[in-house]
Write a protein that binds this ligand. Structure first.
Ligand code: TRP
Ligand code: SF4
Length: 405
């Protein structure tokens, strides 16, 4: 796979540390379902990442791996469009993690916010002062770079990890991409473009290097990737040469920031397992109805005749996600004038939550009834992932001079 094709690859993972809830559904899964039509998507269960924090509770991981995969499939992630796999079933991730760890400055991992926060929080019940947890962002970098993913859809909390991946890959290319004679090889590759294209390439490169013209860089990249008669090595060299440095062995990933609609939990805080305020994606409809009926409302609205303020009510946050404009207007009018009660207000919400859940439950059923179906989807995904992983590792080993065999 060429580096240009890699720009079309999306990779993301999720830790199997609990059952997925509506926060995951609206925040992550719907986005994955959309992306799978636009990109070459790879989604994986980050079980080793779960182990960095849950090494004493591996039962939780085991339980949630398959449930999480069912949740993905039930939400509409389509194994025909996206590759689904489990991290530990592609052990190449461990080797790349190890190799990257050699060039990771200690200061970088110590500075990552998730590490600083979690290890300094004294009330944290988990012991996170481990070597494994320190390496968390390096392992994540390995995940991303293994597939040369150009795009990584994550929420804001994960952005520092992708940024560290970018720093790391720049360092990697800088250290290992400058094979001796790189310039001569690149110049040789330019000649192979033919006279006209070689001149165009040089002009565009100068335009970018001297004046920082992003457009010229893009045009030149397209020019190079169109050259079917060049070897992969020459193409990658020419792409790398455009930006001045060595050969780009591994590309820098971009964050595809997920615009997470903030899903409010039953108590008005952000929906999160640790607050115990969630509605599970595949929760039984009766239980969902009960939770919503007893869900917190605007605390100022004590009696039916007290007017309320939807902006101070978690139920209205849910309406923002689930209801159309007419319904929201009906709620706002009725609430502020006390012409509807909170039960009236919740009724259409309950209906639409259940309505959106119904096809998810139906899709889930075929997988729940037939665990082998999930297993074979994943087996196929792991096989596909391994083929890519093996080939990246070959390149990395060669670049690092580890190809004596
Ligand atoms: N750290 C991510 C999270 O907690 C999960 C993850 C692991 C991931 N590897 C990744 C996400 C690679 C994106 C890309 O959500
Ligand atoms: Fe909240 Fe609706 Fe009750 Fe108003 S009427 S307080 S928006 S539940």
């Amino acid at each position: 796979m060429s580096l240009i094709e890699a720009q079309n690859r999306v990779l993301s993972g999720m830790r199997p540390t609990g059952r997925l809830h509506l926060g995951h559904y609206h925040g992550v899964l719907k986005n994955w379902v959309k992306l799978q039509h636009e990109y070459d998507c790879m989604f994986f269960v980050a079980d080793w990442h779960a182990l960095t924090t849950h090494y004493e509770e591996t039962g939780i991981i085991q339980e949630n791996v398959w449930e999480m995969l069912i949740d993905w499939l039930a939400s509409g992630v389509n194994p025909g469009s996206a590759t689904l796999f489990i991290q530990s079933r592609v052990p190449e991730h461990a080797e790349l993690h190890l190799l990257l760890s050699m060039i990771t400055p200690l200061g970088w991992v110590e500075r990552v916010p998730s590490f600083k926060d979690l290890t300094s929080r004294s009330h944290n019940e988990r012991d996170l002062s481990t070597y494994g947890f320190l390496g968390y962002p390096v392992l994540q970098s390995a995940d991303i770079l293994m597939y040369k993913a150009g795009n990584v859809p994550v929420g804001a909390d994960q952005v520092p990890h992708v940024e560290m991946t970018r720093d790391l890959v720049r360092r990697f290319n800088h250290i290992y991409g400058r094979d001796p004679g790189f310039e001569e090889l690149a110049e040789g590759a330019i000649k192979k473009l033919g006279r006209k294209n070689a001149r165009l390439y040089r002009e565009l490169r100068r335009d970018y290097m001297e004046r920082g013209q992003q457009e010229s860089l893009k045009t030149a990249q397209a020019l190079v990737s169109d050259q079917q008669n060049l070897s992969h090595g020459d193409r990658d060299r020419l792409i790398g040469y455009l930006e001045g440095g060595g050969k780009v062995i591994l590309p820098e990933p971009d964050v595809l920031l997920t615009e997470t609609p903030l899903v409010t939990g039953l108590d008005g805080q952000k929906m999160s397992k640790s607050y115990g305020n969630t509605i599970r994606l595949r929760e039984e409809p009766e239980s969902i109805e009960k939770k919503l009926r007893t869900m917190m409302t605007d605390p100022a609205r004590v009696r039916r005749k007290d007017p309320g303020d939807p902006d101070k009510c978690p139920v209205f946050d849910m309406h923002r996600i689930y209801s159309d404009e007419d319904t929201r207007k009906w709620v706002t009018d009725g609430c502020t004038r006390a012409s509807i009660g909170c039960m009236d207000c919740k009724k259409p919400l309950i209906d639409s939550v259940l309505k959106e859940q119904q096809p998810i439950m139906e899709r889930a059923r075929q997988y729940e009834d037939n665990p082998n179906l999930v297993k074979s989807i994943v087996a196929e995904g792991c096989e596909k992932a391994r083929i890519i992983a093996r080939s990246t590792l070959e390149e990395v080993r060669t670049a690092m001079g580890l190809d004596y065999r």
